[in-house]
Design a protein around this ligand. Structure first.
Ligand code: ATP
Ligand code: MG
Length: 259
């Protein structure tokens, strides 16, 4: 069965796109068939993985029904990508038809058998796009920065997740909270870990044992059109992100040994 995973937090800059690009790139590298979907009008995912934004169809055209989803999927050396652009910011006012919560899920039905994983990047907001991602997904990963305001965001998301579970998608599970920009030496980071564990419990979930440490390579990688996994595989953050790829890949797609 295809696993469809949304990476979400309404707070900006917590590492959603970084995690999505690492999952797409890392799962692809392990031989899984993977599609990355950008539901953020900022269009960062395509840019991060070296796609020429402005070329061809985007997820906006797909949701609008202007093209078939297959026409909008780009095949890259890091996996398949359904990119986005600023036009998608009109979604809230433009997409008003009944059952608009199911737009993405219905479109993905046409291609999901071709993939082992579909990984969805979301905007830093809670709106119809985020809800479409939750409705289409089997799992949610919540990245957060090790600071208190990040946690406030997560408890607000909890309400939306429960609404989606109760009204639209009973199969949706929170796979875990992922601590990013983590510094094990700081007491604050450890305090946040305790709080995150409490929030995870309320979500019937876990804090992933793997945490992503801060490293400059993460910020550099998009400039080279790559995930940090291929840009600097030995960076601390790349090694941390590989652990999350392993947690998602499970036994089916183990990491391949380098020759
Ligand atoms: N572990 C890390 N170490 C260093 N820099 C990081 C790390 N994780 C993310 N960053 C940097 O922080 C910034 C925000 O990351 P990213 O774009 O992944 O967050 P986001 O949640 O997708 O943001 P937005 O909400 O705007 O979509 C980027 O410049 C990224 O390179
Ligand atoms: Mg982003």
């Amino acid at each position: 069965m295809t696993q469809i995973i949304t990476v979400t937090n309404q707070k900006g800059g917590v590492g959603k796109t970084t995690v999505v690009s690492a999952l797409v790139c890392g799962l692809h590298e392990r031989g899984a068939r993977v599609l990355g979907v950008d539901l953020d009008p900022q269009g960062n995912l395509g840019f991060t993985l070296g796609l020429d934004i402005g070329d061809g169809y985007t997820v906006y055209d797909v949701l609008k029904g202007s093209c078939a989803i297959e026409q909008a999927i780009a095949h890259t050396e890091y996996g398949d990508i359904l990119s986005s652009d600023i036009l998608l910011s009109a979604a809230e006012v433009e997409f008003t038809a009944p059952r608009r919560e199911f737009m993405l899920s219905q479109q993905l039905d046409a291609v999901k058998d071709s993939y082992d994983f579909i990984i969805i990047d979301t905007p830093p907001s809670l709106n119809i796009l985020t809800i479409n991602a939750y409705v289409a997904s089997t799992g949610i990963i919540l990245p957060m920065e090790a600071e208190v305001l990040s946690l406030v965001g997560i408890s607000q998301i909890q309400d939306i997740i429960e609404t989606v579970q109760n009204s639209f998608n009973p199969n949706l599970k929170v796979l875990g909270i992922l601590l990013n920009k983590y510094n094990p030496r700081l007491t604050l980071s450890r305090d946040i870990l305790d709080l995150a564990e409490q929030v995870a419990e309320q979500l019937h979930s876990q804090v992933f044992p793997a945490r992503i440490r801060r490293s400059v390579s993460v910020a550099m990688a998009p400039a080279y059109g790559q995930s940090v996994l291929s840009y600097k595989p030995d960076a601390t953050s790349a090694r941390d992100l590989q652990k999350i790829v392993s947690a998602v890949a499970g036994d089916r797609f183990p990491r391949r040994k380098k020759r």
